[in-house]
Ligand binder design. Structure first.
Ligand code: AP5
Ligand code: ZN
Length: 228
């Protein structure tokens, strides 16, 4: 069972990934989370990726393909996995297909979270994340229980804490309006063609991600259950 969570920045991949992971008992592999961990750990890959990510560009195919290739060898990926943020170029999709073919398997489903660009700036600029787990919060749509606002209605950073661990939340360096423009540009140019690649395989399921989170989750569930 190999699932791809597909959609632009802010579509809800990181929001719904953990629930799919719990439901299917498959690990969620987020190349974005893996790269952010590499940046934080100042590894060789992290040093190369840092500036590119901050500007909203794409890290090289060779790097991310190598990361995924290593990760899916792990024991917990034996029965499948959920990909979030990968593949992101046609070249990555082809590399993935090849890796899977070597194991006698292929992509089971691509869940496309469809949402217009116009709603993404508010989602991205209001996001706060829990670094260790990758959990997403939002000042308006998914506030942490501890959140307090200042007199201008802005969240007080010291009150932005993860619901489960109480750890302080943070904002991503690339969650700015400027970087979003670059991220959306590469999404439409490099990433959307992947859908055209997988459509003939009959595995693409499109979900309306421009509605409240519960509605999106309901449609994802239906898409996962629908056969084919
Ligand atoms: P990555 O971490 O993958 O970022 P992304 O694709 O830009 O996606 P996001 O994490 O921004 O969006 P999401 O869909 O997860 O949104 P979320 O659910 O959190 O990649 C980051 C960077 O790493 C890339 O730019 C690139 O440089 C590099 N990289 C990663 N993978 C790569 C690859 N394969 N190749 C090359 N480079 C790679 O939701 C966003 C916010 O909206 C949250 O606050 C959430 O609470 C809120 N929200 C979610 N759903 C709703 C809803 N229905 N209504 C209201 N609010 C909502
Ligand atoms: Zn994400």
């Amino acid at each position: 069972n190999i699932l791809i969570l597909f959609g632009p920045p802010g579509a809800g991949k990181g929001t719904h990934g953990p629930a799919i992971q719990d439901m299917l008992g498959l690990p969620q592999l987020s190349t974005g989370d893996m790269l952010r961990a590499a940046v934080a750990a100042k590894t060789e890959v992290g040093k190369q990726a840092d500036a590119i990510m901050k500007a909203g560009g794409l890290v090289s195919d060779d790097i991310v393909v190598a990361i995924i290739k290593e990760r899916i060898k792990d024991e917990d990926c034996k029965f499948g996995f959920i990909l979030d943020g990968f593949p992101r170029t046609l070249q990555q999709a082809k590399a993935l297909d090849k890796m899977l073919a070597e194991e006698g398997t292929c992509v089971s489903k691509v869940i496309e979270l469809q949402v217009p660009d116009s709603v993404l700036e508010e989602r991205i600029c209001g996001r706060w994340i829990h670094k260790e787990s990758g959990r997403s919060f939002h000042v308006k749509y998914a506030p942490p229980k501890s959140m307090k606002l200042d007199k201008n209605g802005k969240p007080i950073p010291e009150t932005m804490k993860d619901d489960e661990t109480g750890d302080l939340l943070m904002q991503r360096k690339d969650d700015t309006a400027e970087a979003l423009v670059a991220r959306l540009k590469s999404y439409h140019k490099e990433t959307v063609p992947i859908l055209t690649h997988y459509k003939p395989h009959g595995v693409v399921r499109t979900v309306n991600a421009n509605q409240e989170m519960e509605g999106v989750w309901k449609e994802i569930n239906e898409a996962l259950q629908r056969g084919g």
